[in-house]
Write a protein that binds this ligand. Sequence first.
Ligand code: COA
Length: 160
Amino acid sequence: MRKKNDARGERGVTISEGVRSADPAEAAALYIELGWGTSARYSSMRMKKALEGCDVVISAHNSAGELVGLLRALTDSTLDTKVLDLVVAPEYQRQGIGVRMMDRLARHPRVRGTTVYFETERRNFGFAAKCGYAPRKGLTVFSAKNSVRSSKGARGKGSR
Ligand SMILES: CC(C)(COP(=O)(O)OP(=O)(O)OC[C@H]1O[C@@H](n2cnc3c(N)ncnc32)[C@H](O)[C@@H]1OP(=O)(O)O)[C@@H](O)C(=O)NCCC(=O)NCCS
């Protein structure tokens, strides 16, 4: 069980960056805790690959060194950056950690000067506004789960 936040509040939380700044097992547990999926989707191994595939990873740890926040992003370092997801552990929310992580992203050398896209649900619109983001008029997010297997995955299943 994670250490409860202490009297220092979000100041007791350290923000760091780098693909290896977040432990995959802890990250997977955080996503599952937030109800985003099961351990089948968010296994440690898949999360490790998902973190390694990101251009920018920013994490937040409490004073006990436990992961309490994670931001994953992709960037072309020139034009556009997309936040894939941002999560803060439930008992650490509304303490300014999300804003600190988004601020750290904006200052990242690969992200500076790019347009940053952040997709989120209506309930987080206040947070997005607080971070300085406005809805992009006329833009709706479409998604589809790609059913084409990766070549590695296909070989693993005995396909040609
Ligand atoms: C969205 C999320 C990342 C915000 O992180 P956070 O650390 O709780 O946010 P902060 O404490 O930095 O919030 C800063 C400000 O944003 C606004 N805000 C944050 N959460 C809000 C909410 N649920 N409703 C309204 N305003 C909100 C407030 O203005 C807040 O300042 P205040 O607490 O002084 O009023 C976090 O709630 C979370 O992980 N949610 C679940 C996962 C998710 O939906 N992720 C986003 C999409 S990828």
